[in-house]
Design a protein around this ligand. Structure first.
Ligand SMILES: *Cc1c(COP(=O)(O)O)cnc(C)c1O
Length: 370
């Protein structure tokens, strides 16, 4: 029985990466001279540029977290009526729509990669639909070609929740290039982080300018206030953490890949356990290792509990679905999303972070097999 890992701690589903302490101190040292701590400082601007290069996107607007990045991205398009999204996501996606005064309409997911099923999208479009907010779940990419074909046909905006997709790419095109805008989260638990943080990427420089105003009370470059913005700026200490972490992210994704492959080696071929499927032409970021317990000898909840008894904390991610959460219960009952329900009841994401040892992965898998 695994009581604890080598460092004497329980094994959590994730563990935040940190740069060497001295490197971070070096990065923030000049802030003690400049006293410029927030509002588009040197670190902030440097990180926005570095991220545009790394993500291979034209423009990046930074935010204090991913949720406010998404809320502002939706606000920037002045949408009305209904927005089509999926319920198989973190609650933030649905909240960002509702907090903009818009009505979420839930589309089902396809069951291989858990992203919006474009075959079920078109029948949900009404004359009140103004946008689509799909989610690149676990770093898998949505069927962007089909979603955007449908969006164009009905003149709808597409804003991706790419919180999971940092570093993912399709045929060399970075995840942040699709649709009208994409939101990334740089929360401490994500593949790349700025402690808390987020960004919106887009091809449209005017959208990015508008977002940079919106995140600072709507104040434009001349000091005029042209929009009703809030405050969701990324500060210099967050940006400095990002500049440091960005130097290690490639290495960290490689380590994740090795861990990911070790899980697959250990768990492949077991009756009733479905492992993550590679996507054609997609370079993933190995953000999560989702396992679907379909008709294994134990169900998902039993596995979850047995692992927890051994100090291994997997995560029922995403369960419940967002439209089943207390605040939304009974409000969108027309939603029929059988695949989302099926996966949500059976999926478990296993511990995965760059510093997780392959030996621990073996032990976790032995536990599951037992
Ligand atoms: C993390 C996450 C968010 C929210 O990002 P924060 O940076 O935590 O605010 C939104 N959507 C999804 C799918 C996420 O995983």
């Amino acid at each position: 029985m695994i009581k604890e890992n080598s460092s004497g701690r329980a094994i959590q589903v994730t563990r935040s990466s940190l740069p060497p302490l001295d490197e971070y101190i070096e990065e923030i040292r000049d802030l003690w001279d400049s006293r410029w701590l927030t509002n588009s400082g040197v670190k902030h601007n440097g990180l926005a540029d570095a991220l545009s290069r790394y993500l291979n996107v034209p423009y990046t607007a930074l935010f204090t977290n991913g949720h406010l990045a998404l809320e502002n991205a939706i606000a920037a398009f002045d949408l009305t009526g209904e927005v089509i999204t999926t319920p198989f996501t973190f609650i933030s996606t649905t909240h960002a729509i509702v907090r903009n005064g818009l009505e979420p309409v839930f589309c089902d997911i396809e069951s291989d990669h858990f992203t919006m099923d474009p075959a079920k999208l078109e029948s949900l479009i009404t004359d009140r639909t103004s946008a689509i907010v799909p989610v690149h779940v676990y770093g898998h990419l949505c069927d962007v070609i089909e979603i955007e074909r449908i969006a164009k046909k009905y003149n709808l905006k597409v804003i991706y929740d790419a919180a999971h997709a940092f570093g993912s790419a399709a045929k060399g095109i970075g995840a942040g290039n699709f649709g009208d805008a994409s939101m990334f989260s740089f929360h401490a638990t994500k593949v790349f982080h700025t402690i808390e943080g987020g960004a919106v990427t887009s091809k449209d420089p005017q959208l990015i300018e508008r977002l940079n105003y919106l995140k600072n009370f709507g104040i434009n470059d001349d000091g005029g206030v042209e929009s009703i913005g809030g405050n969701s700026k990324m500060n210099e200490f967050q940006a400095a953490m990002g500049l440091c972490n960005l130097r290690y992210v490639e290495d960290s994704i490689l380590k994740r890949k090795m861990i990911f492959e070790r899980y697959t080696e250990n768990l492949k071929g077991i009756q009733g356990i479905r492992l993550p499927q590679a996507q054609k032409d997609v370079k993933p970021n190995y953000a999560y290792y989702p396992v679907v317990f379909e008709d294994y000898k134990y169900n998902r909840d039993e596995i979850y509990k047995k692992l927890a008894d051994e100090n291994i904390f997997a995560r029922k991610y995403f369960a419940p679905l967002t439209n089943q959460m207390v605040c939304y219960q009974g409000q969108y009952t027309e939603a029929v999303t059988p695949n989302a329900e099926y996966i949500s009841e059976r999926v478990l994401t296993l511990p995965l972070y760059a510093e997780l040892s392959l030996e621990t992965v073996d032990e976790i898998c032995m536990s599951i097999k037992r």
